[in-house]
Design a protein around this ligand. Structure first.
Ligand code: PHE
Length: 458
């Protein structure tokens, strides 16, 4: 993660790190230098910048490229056939089912999915105790609208406000923006799920039969341990820190088991974030390598205090969705999440969040699309026809058929006529198909349907 990799002193910087910053040179190489490309990259600063129903006045710091403006308009997390949407639903369903309010009648975690994506620099940095000179504040790293506002660089930017509004357990889900390197796993926009849980003394430490607590949340001068150490913050007792750590790690290990299976090997690694202490990353061994899947820690008490929470302690975590989706669904390149190619999207459309889906590489050649419409023989039912049609198209069209979809079905009761329309997407893995050659195959499919099943082409 970015905070980790920028703070860490070399030792454990491995190439799988999600927010690692080492490839600016790759970006430079990839940038085309043609005049047209130059033009399309120009920063266009308007009088007013509007996003998510709010207006901002850009100033000299404004640095949103046309490319990033376009990404803001496309909400891929909301698109039901996007794998990120599938993964999001899987995580939310799991958390809702597993963590319930006392009495089991309602989910414990509030889901916050519509926080505005422009945040103040206070929200993105200061509230999270990010040092004044931290690299993440540079305009070369963050998309600024003006001196006070930027695109959120992480969902942590909402922690402060949501705690202030009284929430004790919530997930914040959304798109985040960073001026990062360009490679297989980095894109200016990606998606995160933030989790926060606050505990009162009774909730975290329980009560003895005599009504007293076994331990305290906060250390006092009398208890001596008021110093910050690698194990704990100055204000916390070691007991409370350990209790919260156990809760946090259990929550995340169980979530990982749910996603990657119980047999997947996991390990905890010490980490650093300005807003948590102690902090960890969870790594999962997958396809022969250790992958960081999330960052987390015990929330800095100062953060809680500034949000008006004085009698609780809490944990927070941040998960990068693309990283997990690439592993889970076998998606080799982050750009694919933005693909509008139905060859990609159709592989995820209509799937259940818990289903095992493995992405099959789509062809780089263009699609050719043809529809087929016919009346069914009067004795045949809609359902019975469909499988025969799929089989016939596969048999005749072979490897050139990428997708088939039933797009329309209607019955004219008076005339006793049932009609269906199918859309066939043709595409070859080897070459670009011409309309003419596809038409020949399409005609063969029509003939085969007519002669085998007695349909009347329309
Ligand atoms: N916001 C951190 C990042 O994006 C992740 C994180 C969230 C770490 C919450 C700790 C607690 O890198």
């Amino acid at each position: 993660m970015r905070f980790l990799s920028t703070y860490q002193t070399g030792a454990r910087r491995c190439c799988t790190m999600l927010f690692q910053k080492n490839a600016k040179s790759i970006r430079a190489t990839l940038m085309s230098t043609t005049a047209a490309a130059e033009e399309s990259r120009k920063i266009v600063k308007e009088e007013v910048f509007e996003l998510d129903g709010r207006k901002y006045t850009p100033d000299a710091l404004y640095n949103l490229s046309p490319g990033v403006r376009r990404l803001l308009d496309r909400r891929i997390l909301q698109e039901s056939s996007n794998p990120l949407n599938l993964l999001k639903r899987r995580i939310v369903d799991y958390v809702h089912q597993t963590y319930r309010k006392p009495g089991n009648r309602s989910p414990l975690f509030t889901i916050c999915e519509s926080e505005p994506r422009v945040v103040t620099t206070y929200q993105n940095f200061d509230s999270l105790l990010t040092p004044e000179d931290h690299v993440s504040r540079r305009p070369s790293d963050t998309y600024y609208v003006n001196h006070e506002h930027c695109l959120r660089a992480h969902t942590s930017a909402h922690q402060h406000n949501l705690m202030q509004s009284g929430l004790d357990a919530f997930l914040v889900i959304g798109d985040v923006y960073r001026r990062d390197e360009v490679d297989r796993t980095h894109y200016p926009c990606f998606h995160q799920i933030e989790g926060v849980r606050l505990y009162s003394k009774d909730e975290l430490l329980g009560k003895k039969p005599d009504g007293k607590n076994v331990a305290e949340l906060f250390s006092t001068a009398a208890s001596a341990a008021t110093e910050r150490s690698p194990e704990k913050q100055e204000k916390h007792t070691l007991d409370a820190t350990k209790a919260a750590e156990i809760q946090l790690k259990q929550f995340l290990e169980n979530l990982c088991d749910e996603l990657f299976g119980k047999d997947a090997e996991k390990r905890w690694v010490d980490a650093y974030f300005p807003f948590t202490h102690p902090s960890w990353e969870l790594e999962v061994f997958y396809n022969g390598q250790w992958l960081e899947v999330l960052g987390c820690g015990i929330m800095e008490q100062k953060l809680l205090e500034s949000a008006g929470v004085t009698d609780k302690i809490g944990w927070a975590f941040g998960i990068g969705l693309e990283r997990i989706a690439m592993v889970l669904y076998g998606i080799p390149d982050i750009r694919l999440f933005w693909s509008k190619d139905t060859g990609f999207l159709s592989q995820f459309a209509g799937k259940m969040p818990g289903e095992d889906v493995k992405y099959k590489q789509i062809s780089a050649h263009p699609q050719v699309i043809f529809d087929i419409s016919f009346f069914l023989p009067s004795t045949v039912q809609f359902n019975d026809m469909t499988s025969d049609v799929y089989d016939t198209i596969r048999t005749v069209g072979g490897e050139l058929v990428e997708q088939v979809k039933l797009t329309d079905e209607f019955e004219n009761k008076k005339k006793e006529k049932k009609s269906q329309t199918y859309r066939i997407v043709y595409r070859s893995h080897e070459r670009a198909l011409t309309k003419e050659e596809v038409n020949v195959i399409h005609k063969q499919i029509e003939q085969s349907l007519a002669s085998s099943f007695g349909v009347t082409l329309r």
